[in-house]
Design a protein around this ligand. Structure first.
Ligand code: CAA
Length: 248
């Protein structure tokens, strides 16, 4: 059997990198996407570092917020590597502000990048998965979709939408050998949480029962579990990986 081809959107970022390495270690071919020309150099450096570390991961530019860009990037991916059967919709941004101070651009940027993207990217690969009668779609949502978060009406709304998408698509493709699941990470130690002030970060840390922020590997481990062929009876589910920060 051919090695599955995994696509990790935002694969060069904090959690993305851990996911790429883990799937590669698990015997998959892995393609990581990055957002645009301004990240091209950084992505090339990232790739050489990983190759040196023994992870032969490929990169493709894909602005997940743009449907047309996804069409073009998907054609490149198919030509260079073949059909994607493991898709991790991981790309995401924050533009935090309280509602009364939030600009419409902050709302739109987060909805386009964190929610529209899940449609834009998945739409490119769903037919291929149906043809192969196998697919694993793993959508990265957030604890803040589950509980809401002060200063994040945009992010909480987009990430909650991601799980609605998961549940609807899971039903549509369940008979086709494709599973669709959501992971809802808590606060993970990446640049995203360092965009918050130290004071707020420390307050949040104090709310986490295990007493630490998550590590990117904590999330990658769950991705690997869901991506496995053996996980065929798990679909439409949402997995909290949050150190006990929110239980429901
Ligand atoms: N609940 C209730 N009230 C709160 C509050 C809370 N959690 N936090 C702050 N307030 C109050 C403040 O005490 C303040 O009250 P007063 O006006 O009476 O003094 C008022 O709300 C305004 O708060 P700020 O001064 O904090 O407002 P700001 O405009 O300076 O900052 C903010 C707003 C940037 C959104 C800031 O609150 C913030 O960074 N919040 C955290 C956002 C967050 O958790 N982001 C997660 C990033 S990581 C991520 O998203 C990954 C993931 O999936 C988990």
């Amino acid at each position: 059997m051919n090695k599955p081809l995994a696509l990790v959107t935002g694969g060069t970022g904090g959690i993305g990198t851990a996911i790429c390495k883990r799937l590669c270690r698990d015997g998959m071919r892995v393609v990581a996407t990055y957002s645009g020309p301004s990240r091209q150099l950084a992505a090339a450096e990232w790739q050489s570092e990983l190759v040196e570390m023994g992870f032969p991961i490929e990169t493709v530019m894909m602005n997940v917020a743009s449907y047309d860009d996804c069409v073009t990037a998907a054609a490149e991916i198919r030509n260079r590597f073949g059909e994607v059967t493991v898709l991790v919709n991981n790309a995401g941004i924050t533009r935090d502000a309280v509602m009364k101070k939030m600009a419409v651009e902050q709302w739109k940027a987060v909805i386009h990048t964190n929610l529209d993207s899940v449609f834009n990217v998945t739409h490119q690969f769903i037919d291929g998965m149906i043809d192969q009668h196998f697919g694993r779609i793993i959508n990265i949502s957030s604890i803040n979709a589950q509980k809401g978060q002060f200063g994040q009406v945009n992010y909480s709304a987009a990430k909650a939408g991601v799980h609605g998408f998961t549940k609807a698509l899971a039903q549509e493709v369940a008979r086709k050998g494709i599973t669709v699941n959501t992971i809802s990470p808590g606060y993970v130690d990446t640049s995203m949480i360092h965009a918050m002030s130290e004071e707020i970060r420390e307050k949040i840390k104090a709310q986490i029962p295990v007493g630490r922020f998550g590590e990117p590997d904590d999330i990658a481990r769950m991705v690997a579990f869901l991506a496995a062929r053996e996980s065929s009876f798990i679909t439409g589910a949402d997995f909290a990986v949050n150190g006990g920060h929110y239980m429901h």
